[in-house]
Design a protein around this ligand. Structure first.
Ligand code: CDP
Length: 237
């Protein structure tokens, strides 16, 4: 009961983990089930990467980068729907940000301090009122350290590469070279785990779920079960 007086906002669920662990699918389903906002922070890093390339911005140059960032707006069309559009300054980049080209540069762009500070601020604005399930690399550790529920979702590299191959092929990206894709994911994992600012890390109070051998809906059920156990009933939306 005391929680009611302490809580200034609706609950926040943070889901972090490496590439291809199933975060996006799981997060979308949980958002739908709880009627929460769904926030794919990776899509924001991908959208910025796409736009930096398109505009040929020299992002190593701090002044050039800052002036670029001061003009950026990233929005999502339909926060709760399962097919959410990602818009950056009037460009609908929903599909363009899923290419191997973007996947291979996004981690290095995500390691830049100005970029992270900009996006974390945007993410906190979106999550201000709570009632949100956000997925990424630093949600529980940095963006929403006070999240009521933190999940660290992983799977073995082979399982993750297999899932991503199926996903990309289902999107219509042609036959994907498994070895190349696996290497790309391993490189991205390495970069994400080892960067100086907000590396991918399991927050101390996060619950780890290893999803090998589990169906998506089993993982969703597990997380919802933990949610209902963790969040006082009167605060559940
Ligand atoms: O969907 P996938 O697991 O391939 O990755 P993503 O969630 O779309 O994120 C793409 C990249 O953005 C990651 O590899 C990270 O380098 C970066 N990222 C980040 O640094 N912090 C976040 N909160 C989310 C993504």
């Amino acid at each position: 009961i005391d929680h009611v007086f302490l809580m200034k906002r609706d609950p926040i669920i943070a889901i972090d983990g490496p590439a291809g662990s199933g975060k996006s699918t799981v997060t979308k389903l949980i958002a739908k089930k709880l009627n929460f906002i769904f926030l794919d922070t990776g899509a924001m890093y991908r959208a910025l990467s796409w736009y930096l390339l398109k505009e040929k911005i020299n992002y190593e140059n701090h002044e050039e980068l800052n002036s670029f960032l001061s003009d950026i707006s990233i929005t999502f069309q339909s926060f709760t729907g399962s097919n959410q559009n990602v818009i950056i300054n009037d460009h609908n980049v929903t599909e363009k940000i899923r290419t191997q080209k973007i996947s291979s540069i996004v981690s290095s762009i995500a390691s830049i301090r100005e970029i992270r500070e900009f996006l974390v601020k945007e993410q906190r604005k979106i999550g201000e009122a709570g009632g949100i399930v956000a997925e990424g690399r630093d949600i529980g550790s940095k963006v929403f350290p006070n999240a009521e529920l933190k999940i660290f979702l992983t799977a073995t590299i082979d399982e993750r590469a297999k899932r991503r191959k199926n996903e990309l092929e289902a999107m219509g990206q042609g036959t994907i070279d498994f070895k190349k894709l696996k290497k790309n994911i391993e490189q991205r994992d390495f970069d994400d785990y080892n960067r100086k600012i907000s590396p991918l890390v399991k927050a101390e109070d996060a619950i780890e779920i290893i999803s090998d051998g589990y169906q998506i809906n089993e993982v969703v059920e597990k997380i919802l079960e933990i949610y209902y156990e963790t969040i006082p009933k009167e605060l559940q939306l």
